[in-house]
Design a protein around this ligand. Structure first.
Ligand code: SF4
Length: 461
């Protein structure tokens, strides 16, 4: 029995990294639950409402997108549409070249990771510097984020101090305050020298054309404070119909993602500098990125487009806690990534078709999702799609053999007796190769089978 790629990664993850990912996600999840249930009489109703708002938005993109374009233009922004990752990158490059710009400072945006913008710009001779502390560390290490909200959840402070020393940011010092201070000093100079500031958008209101950005470090503000040009890269699913919808979504985003009432900085950007708004960049470009989203919208998994990238489903997922984010081999890890990444991969679906199987379907991701996405149902639909498209499925247990055994009392009893032996037989001596490969990757708990049958027999007497 071949082993799934995600399993392979999980088995090679160092124990200390696994332990720190586990502890960190568990703590955030527990705080999130306490906060929500302490502060709202029925958080589930709020999640339902938020889900309905986002579902309505994604089902009405055909009217909301023209509406938001008109509002943004009326506010003085220039609007661009990018069907693919390549066209989004090209549009950013064109805007920079037209201004003679060379240096960009970037706030954290998942969509820029998705289209690999920083690498593209670097290849074309531009500097694209990450300013979110976690993303900055990922960039200097030439690494990849492993969590949507906390990109360096897989790193410890000693590793970060070593990277800072290597990059000439000071002698080795793993005190977190010193690390932060050094990044701060370095980045301040970069903000002042940059030509362009790039952000994403957590939400865009179709009613007002306002772009909403939330951060905890305030770096998106710095990106826009000294630069003359603001580029916002926005996935088309980020639209909400009305300003008042933001009240519901912002209340849930901070609490679900980082267990905060509200993220430290919440910015509402209405357009570029104007007589009525004398601060900020003089030019503003909003690039709406599709990159497979309309195909997701047309699929039977469209609910995943409600996602507001809070990371709560990662924090609660037993598979993510064991495997960490790189195991998902895509920008979006965890349960949301197990659905979204294979869908966005389009013709590369078979390469990521193992991800929907990386779940016990326990339902915890659905229970915490602030926009009530039925993630387990979507995982099942994707498993079904893989089956219909005959995607090879290494690691799938032989369910036909299981059905045969479970429907034959004698075979079942024999299997129970054999199961007991698994605790005593060394893995290498297991006679069935598929079972041996399976057992090699797992620590079996002590066998407790057979108790139910004994109990039932005694009860009948
Ligand atoms: S799927 Fe739900 S819980 Fe997961 S990141 Fe998206 S909004 Fe958060």
């Amino acid at each position: 029995m071949a082993v799934q790629p995600i399993d392979q990664f999980a088995t090679t993850l160092p124990a200390d990294k696994r332990a720190s990912v586990y502890q960190s996600t568990k703590t955030t999840h527990e705080k999130r639950t306490k906060l929500l249930f302490d502060q709202f009489p029925d958080p589930n109703r709020l999640r339902q409402l938020a889900g309905d708002i986002k579902q309505h938005a994604i089902e009405n993109l055909d009217t909301l997108l023209p509406q938001v374009e008109a509002r943004l233009r009326a506010n003085g922004a220039q609007v661009h549409w990018a069907a693919t990752a390549e066209s989004a990158c090209e549009t950013v490059l064109r805007i920079m070249q037209a201004r003679g710009a060379k240096r960009m400072v970037k706030a954290k945006t998942m969509v820029s990771e998705e289209i690999e913008l920083a690498h593209y710009l670097e290849k074309h001779g531009m500097e694209a510097l990450e300013t979110d502390l976690g993303e900055f560390i990922v960039q200097i290490d030439d690494d990849h984020p492993s969590h949507i909200v906390r990109p360096i959840i897989h790193k410890n402070r000693r590793e970060i101090a070593t990277s800072f020393e290597r990059e000439g940011l000071g002698a080795y010092n793993d005190d977190p305050a010193t690390i932060t201070q050094r990044a701060r000093v370095f980045l301040r100079h970069k903000y002042l020298a940059a030509d362009v500031g790039l952000t994403g958008a957590n939400f865009v209101s179709a009613e007002s054309g306002r772009i909403v950005l939330v951060t905890n470090e305030g770096n998106s503000r710095f990106c826009l404070a000294a630069t003359k040009c603001h580029i916002a890269l926005v996935g088309i699913e980020k639209i909400v119909p009305r300003d008042r919808d933001l009240g519901v979504l912002l209340n849930l985003l901070g609490r679900s993602g980082t267990a905060q009432d509200l993220t430290v900085y919440t910015e509402f950007i209405s357009g570029p500098k104007s007589p009525a708004q004398p601060d900020g960049p003089e030019e503003m470009h909003v690039i709406f990125v599709d990159n497979g989203r309309t195909e997701v919208l047309a699929s039977e998994c469209r609910e995943i487009l409600r996602c507001i990238r809070c990371g709560a489903c990662l924090n609660v997922c037993p598979v993510y806690r064991q495997a960490s984010g790189h195991a998902y081999r895509s920008v979006y890890p965890g349960p949301v990534g197990a659905v979204l990444s294979p869908l966005l991969a389009r013709d590369k679906f078979p390469q990521l078709a193992d991800l929907p199987k990386a779940s016990s379907l326990c339902g915890a991701c659905h229970e915490v999702c602030p926009v009530n996405i039925p993630i387990p149902d979507l995982l099942l639909r994707l498993r079904n799609r893989a089956k219909e498209e005959s995607v090879p499925s290494p690691g799938t247990p032989p369910m036909g053999a299981w059905a045969l055994m479970a429907s034959q009392p004698t075979a079942w009893k024999a299997a129970l007796a054999g199961g007991k032996l698994m605790n005593y037989v060394p893995t290498k001596l297991i006679p069935v190769p598929a079972l041996q490969a399976w057992a090699e990757k797992r620590e079996l708990p002590d066998w407790r089978g057979g108790e139910f049958r004994k109990w039932l027999r005694n009860r009948r007497r």
